[in-house]
Ligand binder design. Structure first.
Ligand code: DGP
Length: 113
């Protein structure tokens, strides 16, 4: 499958890893939009949020929990941070393998662009 995140998960493409376990990999974004910009990626290839199944609910909960732990480790827990899931091209999704963006280390604006 021609998926850049699957290639990163399979160690076919290098990345700057901040966390890994049997279910997830967390890497620094190649094109950071904030001082801290980490991607939380499930090892299971799920292309879009709408393809999530009942059996994936615990996985998504774990992604959120690990994202919070990384926010703490990266020193942005108290200052504030944002977790983003872009879905489909018009919302900014460029990689069809679900992932959370963990962004922090600067003031965030609202509404987002
Ligand atoms: P999105 O546009 O929401 O689908 O987010 C995809 C992100 O993935 C985007 O911010 C750039 C990042 N990205 C794409 N290719 C690579 C890569 O090869 N390595 C890393 N570390 N990040 C990548």
């Amino acid at each position: 499958m021609d998926c850049i995140f699957c290639k990163i998960i399979n160690n076919e493409v290098k990345s700057s890893k901040v966390y890994e376990d049997e279910d997830l990999i967390c890497i620094r974004d190649i094109n950071p939009q904030a001082p801290v910009h980490v991607l939380i990626i499930p090892k299971k290839h799920i292309a879009k949020l709408h393809e999530l199944k009942e059996e994936d609910i615990n996985l998504v909960g774990k992604m959120l929990k690990i994202a919070c732990q990384i926010a703490e480790k990266e020193g942005i827990k108290d200052f504030g941070y944002r977790i983003v899931i872009n879905t489909n091209r018009n919302a900014g999704q460029s990689v069809d393998h679900i992932h959370f963006h963990l962004l922090g280390g600067r003031v965030m604006l609202w509404p987002p662009g």
